[in-house]
Write a protein that binds this ligand. Sequence first.
Ligand SMILES: C[S@@+](CC[C@H](N)C(=O)[O-])C[C@H]1O[C@@H](n2cnc3c(N)ncnc32)[C@H](O)[C@@H]1O
Length: 301
Amino acid sequence: MSAQTKTVGEMLEYGQKLFEQSDIYFGHGTDNAWDEAVYLLSSVLNLPPDADRSLLDNSVSADDQEKITALYQRRIDERVPAPYITKQAWFCTLPFYVDERVIVPRSPIAELIYNQFQPWCTESPKKILDLCTGSGCIGIACAYAFERAQVVLCDISPEALEVTAINIQQHDLDSRVTAIESDLFSSFESSANNSFDLIVSNPPYVDADDLAQMPDEYSHEPDLALASGDDGLDFTRRLLREAANYLTEQGVLIVEVGNSSVALEKAFPQVPFTWLEFSEGDGGVFVLTRTQLRQYADCFG
Ligand SMILES: C[S@@+](CC[C@H](N)C(=O)[O-])C[C@H]1O[C@@H](n2cnc3c(N)ncnc32)[C@H](O)[C@@H]1O
């Protein structure tokens, strides 16, 4: 790029053009070339996500121009999702440390957290489990939404849990939020002490066909976080079998399965899954109460 490009706005236009001319895929925090450029430039210039447009006329030093250009180029050459480059992602307007040990947070469950899971949680949940926590984004955002709740974050991956720990510490939530390594519920004893008012999960749910066709950006994310057997339901089937044992009487289970919702409906035609509505798009998130899980236990095997 030419040496005279100096303002924030010009650097963003430059990034936008580069991205539009490339074959990068958007889906890890942004959905267009301009926002992608803003994301990367903001990390170099230490700008907040809601930075004022008046900053567009600020000049960018030659040194920073070089750093920003290098990030743009890395995004294109390596097809790395931008949050892995900046080591930061946003979820429920909260910042989270991320790297390749966890997926980049993007669950539509954020919208449910904003709404405090209404009308599904009639009372504030006292104990919440974020199953398959990755960076911890869902459980940590729940801890902000329900200030008196105890929150347990669980993941099978010790590497992911290293990232979870960083985020618990960065949000200063050690007193209310704990992390556990567990394959589903295997590290939990089924006891009153281990009953949750709310279990929320964004588990792996990508089916084999989709996995084979995913854009290169997804290859930077852990396989363990995405793949879940031929029809994307290996994990969810186990969860449906076991979840009732870890819910309180009035407890609810909220699970994201994305477009594996079609396979789920087909696998369990008798079960009245409630599919939640989102302001943007179809989130593929269902709710079942403990009572329903018990009622349809025979279907889950
Ligand atoms: C789709 S990611 C979700 C991460 C995070 N909740 C989010 O929304 O960004 C799924 C996570 O489930 C974890 N996982 C996969 N299989 C698991 C299992 N059997 N038990 C517990 N966690 C599992 C993976 O390590 C990964 O971190």
